[in-house]
Ligand binder design. Sequence first.
Ligand SMILES: [Zn+2]
Length: 280
Amino acid sequence: MLQDMAFGHLENEFKSISATGEDLVLCFHEEKVLLRRDADDALTLPTLSRIAVGQASDAVRYLFRIQGKNYFLWTDTAPDYDSDGFGYEPVRQLRQLKSKHVCFAVMTGWHLYNWYRVNRFCGCCGAPTEHAKKERALHCANCGNMIFPRINPAVIIAVTDGDRLLLSKYAGRAYTRYALLAGYTEIGETIEQTVQREVMEEVGLRVKNLRYYKSQPWGVDGNVLMGFFCDVDGCDTIRIDEKELSMAAWYSRDAMPAHDDGISLTREMIRIFEEGKEPK
Ligand SMILES: [Zn+2]
């Protein structure tokens, strides 16, 4: 999946540092990001020196470091930049295996950008918030409210029945390919209860023997996804929630209609099942 990066680890400890000209900058505008798509489909982000010509370089905020490169968020008006092949591309459509580190940086930067953007004012008293000095947080000097980065927990669920896996498709969404069941954790429930509730709501099945597989941050939606395998418990007749799903059906291990895309945890879990390597 996207986060299994040969290029190394995300260094995300909070730092309050200034940018230099060679640091990379994430500029977002209307769900798009400024980058260049090269002839071989590789993606390149702009450096500060490329976009800050004639503008103050303090219009950036340090985000994180990947593979020895610092990434900053552009916080000023989005630069109007369309030379040297750079232009704005939709954040949600960046799934280039060739530039996994760029896709990951954009997705993670987008998550932080959105969090900063929707917390410019205190939700308690309405005063403007300030950036905390020692950690990634926003502070209201008027009422003392502290706002920490928000991450939504969600589950990806591979329901199995021996050599069969339950695949589904979402209803009314742009993503029309096969998926596993998924849903957000509600306040007050455990992650395991989320799995059982979502499966019952979406396909009307009871499940048992929950096995945690792995997790994936999914910054475009502000989520962290937790992947579980589980077994159907009793009746295997599917009753779909038509508001959530357009279809759901059992597929045999030797005839999977979807394959790993190297990006999503969902697709990796489908491959793991196809190879018989799911946790038992
Ligand atoms: Zn306040």
